[in-house]
Design a protein around this ligand. Structure first.
Ligand code: DGT
Ligand code: CA
Ligand code: ZN
Length: 583
């Protein structure tokens, strides 16, 4: 599908038009077109072939013509022309958090900045903060953004890499010469970001498979190509470039190659030591006793021969998987999830109604969901005033009474304010069946620091769970300065859950925090924070993170039957744990 490439091209045209000072109306028409293309489930090339492009929402005649141009030539002339007008390094600056098109235009025009190097210079010598329209705070934001970008050094979020890997595997899997294909590396281990996508393929025709790999649609660069190995970069969303490697091996080595390239390196080193202790040899071609191959065709065979339980890839980090008491049997799976307890609707900043979210929950086989729209202080997210929330509660109860097959809990995502108070009064929170409390503002400061603020929320008897506890956005925003040990202790003491927010941009709690929470006896809740029906499908990222932290279903409250969940909420409320009577 070319949809994401076209959506990206329109987004970039809008950015460049904005940098060059084009009018709002024109800029917005491209942004709208980009969103429309991104939301289209049909293949644009097919829609173009049938002459239906202009029927898509937000796509007029002239934009339709540009899509046709892209279908035919892989380019949009206007984008090429705009890019030629500006320094080559300028559009790249738009990827820096804290720097939008207006500011990029400003630094270009006023300070002659045309590249990242230029920008770093004007940050360093304070010219940026002196520029009218910037100031110290904005300049600091830009400096942080640059540091963030450089730290993430080309690592791709799991949620971006996984669909690309799946698409490549599907594409190559259709070749007649390919018997098996699977992903390996950090991607298969479910790491939050990946350096590159690793794929392993079982085939006797390496050259042909590698050739197909290097000619995939969307390939930007071919870094290497041979009879058994190919290395490329491929187009990701929003102009990103994602690295991918393919290794082609014969069938008898497919399992051992998967094992080897899944890693981690540390896991492999330990495993090889175990093989050596037995007088054997282990490498990507197989497990050998002298010249005799003991295992290699199937990955499981390697572990079986070495007398080890099969370790789920998520745990292969040499953290706990080699311990004598290691038992992967109870690790949580997506099938264990009975409901999703954090999602938004059109009442705040979601795209679907209560009813639509409920039907989507039924489709996933859920027994319950909680509708958790934003509270009043989240004005940019259209948070609900107390009056609107009262009405919303009635609306949720009504839909719940009308829909069979799923329990719709009345919930809210209540802001934890910068002074440590909650955005809704206790009486309103008590009317809800389920309360998520989250920090959305003053993440780097506030009257009450983030740790204390979070603990105050935890100590409120009405708060069931802390949403996205550290507030980080992977590759975009650092976590709040939060003392996780203290937060975990307070959660354990009060019987408050911590959320694993499954959005791949967040994965918050992250794997190590999950382990820390479990060790302290904290109950977890894995939620999607979905803003549309399709978002519910993202639960897998949260479950993967939970698995990496070693979580079993019993520690995750949305795997429980509804009655158990409800009495868990009741318990905290009736014990009246509050700030006042806790030390
Ligand atoms: P990444 O791509 O940085 O997110 O992390 P990985 O784990 O995917 O690492 P990558 O892509 O460099 O290599 C894939 C796997 O191949 C790695 O997890 C283990 C294996 N591997 C690579 N180099 C070595 C090595 O020097 N020794 C051992 N034992 N294994 C290696
Ligand atoms: Ca990798
Ligand atoms: Zn939130």
């Amino acid at each position: 599908m070319i949809n994401s490439e076209v959506a990206f091209a329109f987004e970039r045209i809008a950015d460049l038009l904005e940098i060059t000072g084009s009018d709002r109306f024109r800029v917005n028409s491209y942004r709208r077109a980009s969103r429309s293309v991104r939301d289209t489930t049909e293949d644009l090339a097919a829609v173009a072939a049938e002459g239906r492009l202009a029927k898509l929402p937000g796509i007029g005649k002239s934009i339709a013509a540009k899509i046709e141009q892209f279908v035919e030539t892989g380019h949009i002339e206007q984008l090429d022309a705009l890019s030629a007008q500006l320094p080559e390094g300028l559009p790249g600056l738009l990827d820096i958090p804290g720097l939008g098109p207006k500011k990029v235009a400003l630094v270009h025009k006023e300070l002659g900045v045309g590249s990242l190097a230029d920008l770093k210079e004007v940050v360093a010598d304070s010219r940026l903060e002196q520029l009218p329209g910037f100031g110290k705070a904005s300049a600091k934001k830009v400096a942080d953004g640059i540091a963030m970008l450089e730290n993430s050094a080309g690592r791709t979020p799991l949620g971006v890499a996984l669909p690309i890997a799946q698409e490549i595997a599907e594409f190559l899997g259709r070749l007649n010469s390919v018997r098996r294909i699977a992903s390996a590396g950090s991607l298969r281990r479910g790491a939050e970001t990946v350096g590159d996508i690793d794929l392993v393929c079982d085939s006797d025709e390496g050259e042909a498979v590698v050739a197909a790999f290097t000619q995939l649609p969307g390939v930007i660069r071919v870094l290497g190509s041979g009879a058994t190995k190919g290395s490329i970069t491929i187009q990701g969303p929003a102009g990103s470039e994602v690295r991918a490697q393919l290794r082609v091996v014969p069938g008898e080595s497919f399992g051992s190659a998967i094992q080897y390239f899944t890693g981690s390196k540390e896991h492999n080193v330990r495993l090889r030591e175990l093989a050596i202790k037995k007088g054997w040899k282990l490498n990507e071609w197989g497990l050998y006793d002298g010249d005799k191959q003991l295992a290699g065709d199937k990955e499981e065979g390697i572990y079986t021969e070495l007398g080890l339980p099969f370790p789920p890839p998520e745990l292969r980090e040499d953290r706990a998987e080699f311990a004598a008491n290691f038992d992967p049997a109870n690790l949580i799976t997506v099938e264990d999830i009975r409901g999703d307890l954090h999602m938004h609707t059109v009442a705040s900043d979601g795209k679907n109604t209560i009813e639509e979210m409920a039907l989507a929950g039924i489709e996933r086989g859920y027994a319950f969901i909680a509708i958790c729209d934003h509270s009043k202080s989240s004005t940019i997210a259209n948070g609900l005033s107390i009056d609107r929330m009262e009405q919303h509660i009635a609306d949720i109860r009504k839909v719940d009474s009308q829909i069979e097959g799923i329990k719709i809990l009345v919930g809210c995502e209540c802001d934890i304010l910068s002074d440590g108070t909650l955005d809704y009064p206790d009486e309103l929170l008590a009317e809800c069946d389920w309360v998520v409390a989250s920090c959305h503002a003053a993440m780097s400061g506030g009257k009450v620091p983030p740790t204390e603020r979070t603990i105050l929320a935890i100590e409120n008897p009405n708060v069931c769970v802390i949403g996205h506890p550290t507030g980080r956005l992977i590759n975009r925003r650092s976590p709040m300065k939060i003392d996780m040990a203290k937060v975990v202790e307070a959660a354990a003491r009060t019987g408050t859950a911590l959320e694993i927010n499954s959005s791949w941009q967040r994965l918050d709690l992250k794997d190590l925090h999950v382990r820390q929470s479990l060790e302290a006896g904290v109950t977890l809740s894995i939620n999607t924070d979905a803003h549309r029906c399709a978002g519910l499908a993202g639960i897998g990222y949260g479950v993967t993170t939970a698995r990496r932290g070693g979580a079993s279903a019993k520690s995750v409250l949305n795997t429980w039957p509804l009655e158990k969940l409800v009495s868990w909420v009741q318990k905290k409320r009736s014990e009246g744990v509050s700030h006042g009577n806790c030390t």
